[in-house]
Write a protein that binds this ligand. Sequence first.
Ligand code: ATP
Length: 264
Amino acid sequence: MDPEILNIVLKTENLSIGYRTKKELNVVAADINLKLHEGELIGLVGANGIGKSTLLRTLSHVQPPLHGKVLLSDKDLSSYKSIELASQLSIVLTEQIASKNLTVQELVALGRQPYTNWVGKMADEDIEKIRKAIEVTHINDLIEKRCFELSDGQLQKVLIARAIAQDTPFIMLDEPTTHLDIYHKAYILKLLKRLAFETKKTILFSTHEIDFAIQLCDKMIVMNQDGFEFGRPKELVQARAFSGLFPEDLIIFDTKSGRYKVRN
Ligand SMILES: Nc1ncnc2c1ncn2[C@@H]1O[C@H](COP(=O)(O)OP(=O)(O)OP(=O)(O)O)[C@@H](O)[C@H]1O
């Protein structure tokens, strides 16, 4: 589909991200102007410490911008009430979750919190969305377990299930495949792609799986020392956006195969 006729879900205007302390200002990245459309799967890549988590946290209102604006469905992120924001945007962070005593079923059900009534009563639609999220993330055999009993990879799938149950138009995930084996890395990324395509959700995730992201994403944001590049993976490969990401003494990006290779 022509991206120009798809709605813009998230837009940034001259966004600067980073950290402000009493003594100093640490600008992680500046002049970020992005337009993310509905139905797009967008991969965010870059070296360790370049600012991927900082960008995701700023786009999801977990931390404030240093400068500029984030507009979600044409409305400034800072003017959303938190319950309203929770029905528009979900975020899966890698940080340890506080609620590890909950069962898997209970944690996934928390995704429906923005929609349930004031006593937290779930409607049939909520129950169905939880069932579906558990099914598509392959965690059916875990639902009775408490979250502290899970492996890192299992917990990662459960957190993704919670975001899917939350069923927001915009989903952000910080390194959603870190702890997964190679099969489940591919499985989760393909699931996110299908979800974006079939339900027109906009899904933005950070990753170190650059090869997989090049193969699967509609668009990518490549953060580097000079700022960032944004576009379709093929165009970014041609523009050599991946070549300058890392020192080239050990690995080089092969534009033909779209992969990194270890130097002999
Ligand atoms: N809470 C914080 N306070 C101050 N500086 C921070 C904070 N969190 C991160 N930083 C700094 O901001 C920069 C970007 O960090 P960030 O975690 O966004 O990088 P990243 O690209 O997600 O890295 P990684 O790939 O290692 O997860 C780093 O220099 C980091 O030291």
